[in-house]
Design a protein around this ligand. Structure first.
Ligand code: SF4
Length: 125
């Protein structure tokens, strides 16, 4: 029995979940509702997360652009996705919702700009 503990993050109650596998079935204790049951099973079998970070952008009004994934991606792939993003370079202007990276690391999720960013005024203007 490989027992794991999680705090349910689905609602502010923060129930403490104990999750384990028994006879091929994932069991959850400590959940106050069915949503916590699903969360506990998901965390135990295939934890998923939204990716939020910033990327370097050339010529923008700020040096970094906030981005977010279009859906959840496997938690174990977050580091690989971040490394892939840090290796890319982007140019302003960018509109909120623009796709920065399609199907990042084969996860099926795109990474999109979570705000718009115009070009910085040129010093020669
Ligand atoms: S188990 Fe249900 S009540 Fe408890 S934190 Fe999760 S969603 Fe909220």
């Amino acid at each position: 029995m490989n027992e794991k503990q999680f705090v349910c993050i689905v609602c502010p109650s923060g129930c403490r979940l104990t999750v384990w596998e028994e006879n091929g079935e994932v069991k959850v204790e400590g959940n106050g509702c069915k949503r916590g049951l699903a969360h506990g099973i998901g965390e135990y079998t295939n934890p998923m997360r939204m990716l939020t970070t910033t990327v370097a952008i050339r010529g923008g009004t700020q040096p970094r652009l906030p981005v977010i994934s279009s859906g959840e991606i496997p938690k174990e792939k977050l580091s690989e996705c971040l490394a892939a993003l840090y290796g890319l370079r982007f140019d302003a202007p960018v509109k909120c919702g623009d796709v920065i990276c399609e199907n990042i690391c084969g996860t099926g999720a795109d990474v999109v700009a979570s705000r718009s960013m115009g070009r910085a005024a040129s010093k020669e203007e």
